[in-house]
Write a protein that binds this ligand. Structure first.
Ligand SMILES: *[C@@H]1O[C@H](CO)[C@@H](O)[C@H](O)[C@H]1NC(C)=O
Length: 305
């Protein structure tokens, strides 16, 4: 194709897709059926992992719940069964350990079958200034929040590719799009998760595997206990999110094959701003929106063990 034709094609498509996106603002998106799918959720024992499991409980799926805590996971299983789920399988898995991820993944394939909707949700936060964070916790943060995604893809993607059917969901964070004072290792791990999920999605498209859908979720901080003590400076503009709301939005994004989900909506605007304003103004805005002091009053989740 020559330069002129190809440029013309891009111009026409850019008009077409903008119009399409505009029209779609007014038409409710079609929701796909997930009946019969096998949904794996890591970190299902608490927080939005548990709440997403509850959202799926009424959708006739097979649920595979992973968590490091047997107690939390059993409780989630109990709650989803109460809500109507008939097929629920729980596994203890420490996602920071590659051999354990592979071992439990093999067990799932043997005992339950191929996973068709993979939700990488398990996450941890150190919540210390980088130089105060012990190496072991920095490493664990990378292992759980980023590396575990590599290993679960390696384990479950081949079957999805063979049937050109499935859905990969990465529960990342707004901290995967913009740096935050006091969250260096966490941000690094979430940037990694976003970059990884986005790149594999492109690999799949390039291979023509368009039956495997992808969703990358970047919420602002969620009121699950993980970031207890932290406050939003302007809660009306950038609220600390309600976990049930987030879980509902994530499952809805999966059902509508939405590729990116940023929450709250104001984040789309913030992310655009970040990349176009002068650096000095960016710092002023960061200060104004409370990004610099967000972690000052961090307490985090009470340790159970
Ligand atoms: C639920 O899923 C099973 C497959 O796992 C399927 O055979 C069955 O028809 C489904 N039920 C409904 C009500 O869709």
């Amino acid at each position: 194709m020559n330069f002129f034709l190809e440029t013309l094609k891009v111009l026409i498509l850019s008009i077409y897709y903008n119009l399409e996106a505009f029209v779609k603002l007014f038409i409710p998106a079609r929701r796909k059926s997930v009946s019969g799918e096998t949904v794996l959720i890591t970190g299902a024992g608490s927080g939005i992992g548990r709440l997403m499991a509850l959202e799926f409980a009424t959708k006739n799926v097979t649920l595979v719940l992973w968590d490091i805590s047997q107690e939390g996971n059993k409780e989630t299983a109990h709650l989803v069964k109460e809500k109507g789920a008939s097929s629920v399988h729980t596994y203890i898995c420490d996602c920071s350990k590659k051999p354990e991820v592979y071992r439990v993944a093999d067990q799932v394939k043997r005992e339950v079958g191929d996973v068709t909707i993979l939700i990488n949700n398990a996450g941890i936060v150190t919540g210390k200034k980088f130089m105060d964070a012990p190496d072991s916790l920095v490493e664990k943060t990378m292992e759980v929040n980023a590396l575990a995604h590599f290993w679960t893809y390696k384990a479950f993607l081949p079957a999805m590719m063979a049937s050109n059917h499935g859905h990969l969901v990465s529960i990342a964070s707004s901290a995967g799009l913009i740096g935050v004072n006091g969250l260096a290792d966490y941000c690094a791990s979430k940037f990694a998760a976003v970059g990884f999920a986005e790149s594999v999605a492109l690999e799949l498209l390039a291979k023509g595997k368009d039956g495997i859908k992808t969703t990358i979720v970047c919420p602002f901080f969620i009121n699950t206990g993980m970031f207890d003590g932290c406050n939003s400076k302007w809660p009306r503009l950038i609220p600390i999110l309600d976990p049930t709301y987030v879980a509902k939005k994530v499952v809805d994004a999966i059902l509508t094959d939405q590729v990116y989900l940023l929450l709250p909506k104001s984040l789309y605007f913030m992310m655009a701003l970040k990349n176009i304003v002068p650096t000095k103004l960016g710092l002023v805005l960061g200060e104004y929106f409370g990004a610099f002091n967000f972690m000052d009053s961090f307490k985090g989740r009470e340790k159970k063990e």
